[in-house]
Ligand binder design. Structure first.
Ligand code: SF4
Length: 271
């Protein structure tokens, strides 16, 4: 295995939560490296190193060569033929029906409801958070040493960041998972069969990311519930929604929990 392989974990960014600031794998993620290179370009800074760029593109080419889709199957001329650009009304109608079914699916509706409620909560809880900060600052005797007080405030901020980050990710990932789940079981060409299999695997991967986001959100809400007793009822409601989503996802996608996300669930190779 080449050293290039050891630098980037293939496909790690497909099943992450896009929270690069908190990611332990930025050095191993090609997406992150590319974003950083683009940032430098936008700022008018020179590229980091030609050697690093060469490594980047070589790695991409290597992964493409090794992709099962291209390694094991010959799609024949129809896949890349001139007709491939022609609209296919039957396919478009099927896709439109699938998108509608995804929108209507109970998991997606509940996930959107969760997102809506959290967005409202984030606005409404501000007063309680300020009151909590005041109560810490004004307590006599103080509940924490000054450094610990800062640590406590940072901790609360981080809990808010967690629920805030994941409340939009959860519906997105659930929609994607449900979309794969509703893919029609059609016998077809080798290419169609591979795409169908790939969508099923993607549904499990997206479901796994959604489950991880739900678990983290639950943990953050449980802690916020202790901190903000005035928000008890609203938080319990959100926890109930999350629990419903978690159970629904597990039932609809039994393969999600055992899906292995590159890097996050596999033992990464060392740099
Ligand atoms: S794997 Fe990590 S660094 Fe890469 S895109 Fe996802 S969160 Fe960002």
């Amino acid at each position: 295995m080449s050293s290039r392989k050891q630098r980037f974990i293939p496909g790690i960014y497909n099943y992450c939560d896009y929270w690069c600031e908190r990611c332990a794998f930025t050095r191993r993620c090609r997406n992150f490296a590319m974003g950083r290179a683009l940032d430098r370009q936008v700022r008018g800074e020179p590229p980091i190193q030609d050697a690093a760029n060469a490594e980047f593109w070589n790695d991409l080419a290597e992964e493409l060569r090794e992709t099962a889709l291209f390694r094991s199957h010959d799609f024949g001329t129809d896949f890349f033929s001139e007709d491939a650009d022609e609209p296919d009304p039957a396919w478009e109608a099927r896709e439109a029906a699938r998108r509608e079914a995804v929108e209507r699916h109970a998991l997606c509706r509940h996930a959107r409801e969760y997102m809506r409620q959290v967005a409202a909560w984030l606005k409404s809880a501000e007063a309680d958070l300020k009151a909590y900060a005041r109560s810490l600052a004004e307590s006599d005797p103080p509940p924490f040493a000054p450094d610990d007080l800062e640590e406590e405030a940072r901790g609360v901020g981080e809990l808010m960041e967690v629920v805030s980050w994941y409340h939009t990710l959860i519906p997105t990932k659930i929609s994607r998972a449900v979309g794969g789940l509703l893919e029609r079981e059609e016998a077809g060409s080798p290419a169609a069969n591979i795409l169908r299999e790939s969508r099923r695997a993607d549904a499990n991967g997206s479901g796994k990311v959604a489950l991880a986001a739900i678990e983290r959100s639950i943990a953050a809400w449980l802690r916020l519930r202790e901190i903000l007793p005035a928000q008890e009822s609203a938080i319990l409601n959100l926890l109930a929604l999350l629990d419903r989503l978690r159970r629904g996802l597990r039932a609809a996608l039994p393969g999600a929990e055992s899906f292995r996300r590159p890097g996050f669930d596999d033992e990464p190779e060392r740099d």
